[in-house]
Design a protein around this ligand. Structure first.
Ligand code: GLN
Length: 498
């Protein structure tokens, strides 16, 4: 499929209009939705209307160039849009219509992108499989009996299916990078503060970042160019001089030093993950990079620290969904109290995983447990950050290379124990706790394909850099992508598992 860069170039050069492009993307998305449930809502009419507007602009010689002219995009459904619904994959917001668009969505549309749909996610972005959406699971286009990862599984699946070259996801503990790995696409988690969170429905505010998911590194870089930068509507967005992530992308990094954390070579990794990682190491070595072994000794404590911090923040952020200020209101008898109304609305509106996290978060913040859990988790968070500082700064490494997830896509329904699912995030949560940027890129496949019914599944690797090093990180990612040259669109979804 054409990249976003190619598509926008054609629309700008009047070789094919945006309306045709968008009509074709919508047709593809309808099929993907039937097979994979990648979208919660397709914005059929509105998308064609947006495309008409783009076609008018590109015909106007006085209008500025649109970097994403006529490019179809998907937006994770926890990102507000002033059209369609913003559900967060929850019954609670089943009928919620946002009155405004998130800054990231607005910037994409101003750059000429056309939002064709809102993509599926685990309820309120809590999960690693996109099985926990109130509107049904998303399936992996490489093998529809398997999960796409999560929580941005709909965005990952839509890109992997080839409907759209780019989509937005959000990453609080790995929700861009893990599904990118399981669906064989590129995913970027920016430095905390690089991208505005205005209009992103908050899960854990000190960890959340929006970022691109794309079929290639260059498209991800282009989208990051468009969405990043200070926003007066989000005081945590950093004021930094404008920077281009595309300008220098093709230039390899000279004297590259790559740190490979010992902890990323865990024996519990799936063999395909282990071999993709070693292959990536060899590719970089053959390109002249120096490879050094480093340690991230706090890795094993990341999950515990993350789930305490994330649940604590979530319990506070989700308090607004009470059926009065926000969210679906339960029907209660007139004689009932306001507390009954809150209780019923929240019981009916939230799914089991969200309730589990609100309970956990409330518990760790409650008096008597605050020191034992919450403060301990904050201390661990600091130590995790120091681990990264040491591995990156101290050892002189430009980037760290490790898996994005311990295994490839697993079968839907296979991981019933919440803890087994939390372990999917073992390689991703540290990056959020430390506020760092990271990129997942496809790096190989499982064997599969030999026996009937076993599809080849993609696996990715993750590159992690110091804060604000996205430009270099993407160049390093591009070096590997150029050498491996792997397909990022799944082969036709011929016989979906019912
Ligand atoms: N899987 C992690 C969680 O469930 C990360 C989710 C995310 O990044 N939104 O919290």
């Amino acid at each position: 499929m054409a990249s976003a860069i190619e598509m926008a170039g054609e629309v700008r050069a009047h070789r094919g209009g945006a309306v045709d492009r968008i009509t074709a993307a919508l047709a593809a998305a309808r099929v993907t939705n039937r097979l994979c449930g990648a979208y919660i809502e397709l914005l059929e009419e509105d998308a064609v209307e947006q495309a008409r507007r783009v076609d008018r602009i590109v015909r106007d010689p006085a209008a500025p160039d649109l970097p994403l002219a006529g490019v179809p995009v998907g937006i994770k459904d926890n990102i507000c849009l002033d059209r369609g619904r913003t559900t967060c994959g929850s019954r609670m917001l089943e009928n919620y219509r946002s009155a405004f668009s998130a800054t990231v969505a607005r910037r994409l549309m101003e750059a000429g992108a056309v939002v064709i749909g809102k993509t599926n996610l685990d309820e309120f972005a809590m999960g690693s499989s996109t099985e926990h959406s109130a509107f049904g699971p998303t399936r992996n286009p490489w093998d529809p009996s398997r999960v796409p990862g999560g929580s941005s599984g709909g965005s990952a699946a839509a890109v992997a299916a080839g409907d759209i070259p780019v989509a937005l996801g959000s990453d609080t503990g790995g929700s861009i990078r893990q599904p990118a790995s399981l669906c064989g696409v590129v995913g970027v988690k920016p430095t905390y503060g690089r991208v505005s969170r205005y209009g992103l429905v908050a899960y854990a505010s000190s960890l959340d970042q929006v970022g691109p998911m794309a079929g290639c590194v260059a498209d991800a870089a282009l989208v990051l160019d468009v969405i990043s930068g200070e926003d007066g509507l989000d005081s945590t967005s950093a004021s930094r001089p404008g920077e281009s992530f595309t300008a220098d992308l093709e230039r390899p990094v000279d004297g590259l030093v790559i740190g490979v954390p010992r902890e990323g070579r865990s024996l519990s990794n799936h063999p395909a993950v282990a071999s993709a990682l070693e292959r990536a190491v060899e590719v970089y070595r053959s390109l002249g990079a120096t490879i050094v072994e480093v340690g991230l000794p706090m890795t094993d404590h990341g999950i515990a620290a993350y789930y305490v911090v994330a649940c604590a923040e979530a319990s506070s952020n989700l308090a607004r969904f009470d059926g009065v200020r926000y969210g679906r209101r339960a029907e209660v008898d007139p004689g009932n109290s306001i507390v009954d109304l809150y209780r019923r609305s929240r019981s009916e509106g939230f799914g089991a995983e969200v309730k589990r996290r609100i309970l956990l978060g409330t518990h760790v913040l409650s008096s008597g447990y605050y020191d034992a859990y919450y403060l301990t988790a904050l201390r661990a968070r600091r130590r995790i950050k120091e681990d990264f500082d040491r591995a990156l700064g101290g050892s002189g490494c430009h980037v760290l290379l490790m898996p994005a997830a311990p295994g490839p896509a697993f079968v839907i329904g296979e991981k019933t124990d919440p803890l087994a699912l939390y372990m999917e995030d073992v390689y991703t949560v540290g990056v959020n706790l430390a506020g760092l940027p990271a990129v997942t890129i496809p790096a190989g496949f499982t064997q599969g394909g030999t026996e009937r019914g076993t599809a080849r599944l993609p696996v990715g690797v993750q590159l992690i850099g110091p804060a604000w090093s996205e430009a270099r990180l993407l160049r390093v990612a591009r070096m590997l992508e150029r050498e491996l040259n792997l397909p990022t669109v799944a082969p036709a979804m011929a016989s979906p598992t019912p």
